[in-house]
Structures are given as C-alpha cells and as structure tokens.
Design a protein around this ligand. Sequence first.
Ligand code: NAD
Ligand code: UDP
Ligand code: UDP
Length: 344
Amino acid sequence: LKKRLQALEKKAKIQHPAVKFLPEGKRKRILVTGGAGFVGSHLVDKLMIQGHEVIVVDNFFTGRKRNVEHWLTHENFELIHHDVVEPLYIEVDQIYHLACPASPPHYMFNPIKTIKTSSIGTLNMLGLAKRVDGRLLLASTSEIYGDPEEHPQNENYWGHVNPIGPRACYDEGKRVAETMCYAYKKQEGVDVRVARIFNTYGPRMHMEDGRVVSNFILQALQNLDITIYGDGKQTRSFQYVDDLVDGLIGLMNSDITSPVNVGNPDEHTIEEFATIIKDMVGPTSSKIVHHPATEDDPQRRKPDIEKAFKGFGWRPKMPLKEGLTKTIEYFRAELAQEENNSPN
Ligand code: NAD
Ligand code: UDP
Ligand code: UDP
C-alpha cells in the first residue's frame, strides 16, 4: 500500500508539477459535488492547480475514483463517498454543485433518483450554503430550454419543455433546482450562481455514456455502425471541457447572480458530426446508419454567449477539430487498456 501511495504521489507531482501555493487568506475551501465525474474531475484539476483546498463529494453512480486518483494523496484534497440526497455537514467557502447524471441513458435509468438528486440534492446543498454563508454555483443545463422555439437560446428565453416526457426527470429537475437557487437567494440571502451548460465533450467522458460524441468515436474506433438517431438534421453545439471549466470558475467569481449560458456556439447537424468524426478517426470500416429518432429530441441547440463575455470576459477557445483529436486519443487509449486487461 505504501508503495502504491508513493507511486500516486509521484504521479500527481509529475502530472501537476505546478500546484500553486496560496496563502491562507486567498486559499478557499471548495466543495465539488459530482467531482469524480467527467466535468467535475476537470474542474477539480484546475482548482487544485490554483492552490485551493478541494473536497469532492460523489456517490460514484457515473463518476469514477480513477478520474481524481492522481490527487488522493495531496494534502489539499479530500474525497467523500456520499449521496447528496442525504444531508451533508462540512465547512466550505464555495460549492460547485455538479452532482447529477447528465447523459440521457444515465438520467433515464432511474428517473425517480434523478429527480431526487436534482431536487433534494440541490436543497441540501443550498441548506449547506446557507449555514456556512458560502456561495453555490449550480450546474444547470441547456436542457431547461427543452426543444427550443427560439434560436439561438438566450438566457431570457423560458424554454419549451414537455413536463411528462422521458427527458422531464432531468429537464424539470434542473428547472426546479434553478427555482430553488433563487428562492434561497431571495428568502435567505444565499449567494448563488447558475451556469446553463451546453453540450460538452472531452477526455474522461464515460465510455458507456450514450452521448453522441462518445458513441460516434467509439463506434468509429471499433469499426461499428455509426448510429444517427432520426434524420440527423437536428443540431448541437459542442464545447470542449477545458473551456467549460474556465467558464464555471469565471462565473463563480463574478458578480452575476442570474443564469448564464456556458457553451460553444459552433453549431453542427448530427449528420455533420458523424462525418467529421468518421474522417478524423481515420481508416475505419464503419458505416453511417440511421436509427429511429428518440422521443422529445430537441431539434436545434446553440447558445447565445454574449452575457458570459460581457460579464466576465469568457469565450470558448478550443476549435472543434483540436478538441476532438484529444478526445479520440483518450478513447483510443481507454480501448487499448481494456484490451490489455481482458482475460484473453
Ligand atoms: P457525469 O455523469 O460524468 O458526472 C456527474 C457526477 O455526479 C458523477 O460523478 C456521479 O457519480 C455524481 N452523482 C450523480 N448523482 C449523485 C448523487 N445523488 N450524489 C452524489 N453524486 C452524484 O456528468 P457530467 O457530464 O460531468 O455533468 C456534470 C454536471 O454538469 C451535471 O450536473 C450535468 O447536469 C451538468 N451538465 C453537463 C453537460 C455535459 O454536456 N456534460 C451539459 C449540461 C449540464
Ligand atoms: N442541510 C445540509 N447541510 C447543512 C445544512 C442543511 O445538508 O449544512 C440540509 C438540511 O438537512 C435540509 C436542507 O439542507 O434538509 C435545507 O436546509 P434549510 O436550513 O434550508 O432547511 P431546514 O433545515 O430549516 O428545513
Ligand atoms: N445521437 C445520435 N446518435 C447517438 C447518440 C446521440 O444521433 O448515438 C443524437 C441525439 O438524438 C441528439 C444528439 O445526438 O439529437 C445529442 O445527443 P446527446 O445524447 O449527446 O445529448 P443531448 O440530447 O442531451 O443534447
């Protein structure tokens, strides 16, 4: 065990030689719920490198210890196995509240649990923020706009959500989470920030996540059919995870208390994504095929991001092809590792 810990410490130092030292007054105690997940773990990396004390709370439903493993022995880091549906009593300055399954197959797997996580989980984190007089940032979503009738989506748009459809557990869960943030702000003076996150991709996306970027890359890498749901004319705008992390930290430390879109306005049809990814993965015998459309699938999605730019000077920087290259490399390595670990 000692050897393993030493190896991890070494790994953390090699991977992150530049953890800054922040003096007591500047160093914050930051809770990241869902910090072992895809977005959360990248956020943790950045906050750790900035020199803060970071506490991750995760129930490992879709997250993995491996995503934060390199910090386990660092004195500024703490990992707590906990479900946010249960109350949590700790002392912190800031809370990034990300805990919630995010991909449609995951959040539809147990819709009641998804609703509990968004509602009771957010209530608990707001109760915590209130007690410690801390600031809470909610990871909300572009899904609160539903299948939008306005394009691009601006923060003033109220959305178009089917409250009883298959996506409702997630969409309405996040909508009520936003509502709770502003009720706690108004009634209890809790300091809140709300980020409406648009589709995000990058390394550490869950392999069986079912989201379009991970599906298409894995399918192309394994010479499987690339599955377009519906006619492929529906659009999405994808941001790279590092851009999102910068946006979340920028918003948390800004004065903007109303909701802010964080996304990349570079919009493509799903058909275009299939072709781009297939071409980028290189020689593959994968064919692009069409499957039936999913119910209530939003047809167009693109963020208006002027508010984030004016408010805290944030704009996404990563071009799609560069971000996809990094993501493809990640999945290639993951598949190779799986193959090495398989008994045959
Ligand atoms: P993810 O599934 O990788 O991460 C979610 C994390 O929350 C996981 O580590 C999971 O184990 C944990 N979790 C789930 N339920 C929990 C509970 N009850 N208690 C404690 N931990 C719990 O997803 P992600 O893509 O990293 O998403 C993070 C956040 O960002 C989510 O709130 C999601 O709604 C939001 N978001 C993500 C995207 C995106 O494209 N990735 C888009 C919009 C919004
Ligand atoms: N809560 C928590 N941690 C805290 C403070 C509160 O998990 O540090 C939970 C608490 O269990 C409650 C919820 O947050 O269910 C809302 O708290 P609040 O104080 O608003 O409500 P009350 O306890 O007065 O019902
Ligand atoms: N999609 C697809 N094939 C897949 C996975 C998803 O065509 O294998 C489509 C899906 O129908 C949707 C878009 O890609 O129109 C984005 O889906 P994802 O689940 O990634 O995110 P969300 O619907 O939450 O934006």
